[in-house]
Design a protein around this ligand. Structure first.
Ligand SMILES: *[C@@H]1O[C@H](CO)[C@@H](O)[C@H](O)[C@H]1NC(C)=O
Length: 305
């Protein structure tokens, strides 16, 4: 059989064995050069890009224009070259040794708020960063509405209004975030699993050892105009965020900026604090080993000595 084939044409055998790649290449380049405009446009595009790269005609401005904004202040060399330097210096100066401000707009009975407080804000933000590195501002009001007469209607009904009020009073009675964030966390964790509110606060006062003095302050806040005043302030704080109004809760402000398109960062607050912090101290949590343990772990690196 083989013989017969060979007989049929030695040329065709040797073409398929050795010449095929060359033939293919020729065909490809032929089809590129003679076929439709689209292909030749693409070829020309490719050739000119290749030439530009070859002759290093990609200018320094091109490098700057593709540097992602979140890296603008990462290198003084690039910042100077690209014209970001002054703005980066301004940021460093005005935030130096200042905690990153995380403001949470929330309402007490919203499931997403309960989830954010119990799974993210308390365990990952408060517990990992001292008050010198992060300032947490809780605004218990959320999607409530206030009438010109100051009457408040809440998304999840009367209960929510009175719990929001209670939490306003609690925050005012315990201004230290290391006191009130754990307390709000404890209450929201109970409400999340449908524990009755009165049982929840008894349990949380007990486990967090919040004494009678504080409990009395909260109670008197609740029965006086103070609670209404605090809810009014929470309403104003919520309604005056800038530049974007909240369209859902939980809603987070980063250093007081309210940005709809930054809400997707709500689960990355620890990483954000690490990259935004400017100060004399290093944040222990942000040391390479620890911060990367949660994500891609960078260890066993190879140093270039
Ligand atoms: C945050 O922004 C509001 C206006 O949106 C302003 O009234 C308030 O003073 C700012 N707070 C801080 C700490 O800068």
């Amino acid at each position: 059989r083989r013989r017969e084939r060979g007989k049929g044409g030695l040329d065709s055998v040797s073409v398929s064995a050795t010449m095929r790649p060359f033939l293919l290449l020729t065909l490809v380049s032929l089809s590129l050069s003679v076929s439709g405009d689209e292909n030749s446009d693409r070829l020309n595009e490719y050739l000119s890009l290749r030439d530009r790269v070859k002759s290093k005609r990609v200018s320094s401005n091109d490098d700057c224009s593709i540097l992602p904004p979140s890296l603008w202040c990462t290198s003084d060399t690039l910042a100077k070259k690209c014209g970001f330097y002054d703005q980066c210096q301004k940021f460093s100066k005005s935030t130096y040794n200042q905690p990153v401000l995380i403001t949470l707009l929330y309402e007490s009975l919203c499931p997403g708020c309960q989830k954010f407080i119990t799974e993210e804000l308390y365990p990952k933000v408060l517990k990992n960063f001292g008050a010198e590195f992060v300032k947490i501002e809780l605004v218990p009001y959320g999607n409530a509405k206030i009438s010109p007469e100051g009457e408040i209607t809440c998304q999840h009904g009367e209960d929510e209004c009175s719990i929001n009020k209670f939490e306003s009073c609690l925050i005012a009675a315990l201004p230290d975030q290391n006191k009130h964030v754990p307390a709000i966390h404890c209450i929201e964790a109970q409400l999340k699993v449908k524990v009755d509110f009165n049982d929840a606060i008894q349990k949380c006062f007990e486990t967090l050892q919040i004494g009678m003095d504080i409990q009395t302050m909260i109670q008197s806040c609740m029965v006086t105009r103070e609670s209404a005043r605090l809810q009014q302030a929470a309403a104003e704080r919520t309604n005056n965020v800038y530049p974007d109004k909240h369209d859902h809760v939980p809603w987070v402000l980063f250093n007081n900026a309210s940005l709809a398109d930054a809400q997707f960062l709500i689960g990355d607050i620890p990483q954000l604090i690490c990259s935004w912090w400017r100060g004399d101290k290093k944040i222990p949590y942000c040391e390479v080993e620890k911060v990367n343990a949660r994500r891609f772990k960078i260890d066993r690196v190879c140093k270039n000595n």
